[in-house]
Unconditional design. Structure first.
Length: 106
């Protein structure tokens, strides 16, 4: 994945909900070290919330994602049942490892 930077903030995480992307940016030298934006087309950032600490910024990102999911479900534009492995890809997680029957719990 190519590195993306907007207004001096390096994009360190992104989550897609439908066709909408929500991103978390970091600028260790900024007055507010973190920002969350809604993004179109991978380079059109808007509705930024500037935040001073990482945990609050991550919570803000998840809040935006949750609100978008709720909105799209309320208007019938988002399935309530994700396609297999679709959620893992959307949340930038590696695919789940299937547990073998004889493998112990970890």
């Amino acid at each position: 994945m190519d590195e993306r930077i907007n207004r001096g903030y390096k994009i360190i995480d992104s989550i897609f909900v439908g066709k909408t992307e929500f991103v978390l940016g970091e600028n260790i030298n900024g007055a507010s070290q973190y920002v969350t934006w809604k993004c179109k087309n991978g380079d059109d950032y808007y509705w930024g919330n500037y935040i001073s600490d990482y945990n609050s910024a991550r919570l803000d990102l998840y809040r935006h994602v949750s609100e978008e999911i709720s909105y799209l479900q309320s208007i019938g534009s988002l399935s309530t049942t994700p396609i297999q492995n679709d959620t893992e890809k959307q949340l930038n997680r590696p695919p789940s490892k299937k547990k073998h029957r004889h493998e112990p719990e970890r």
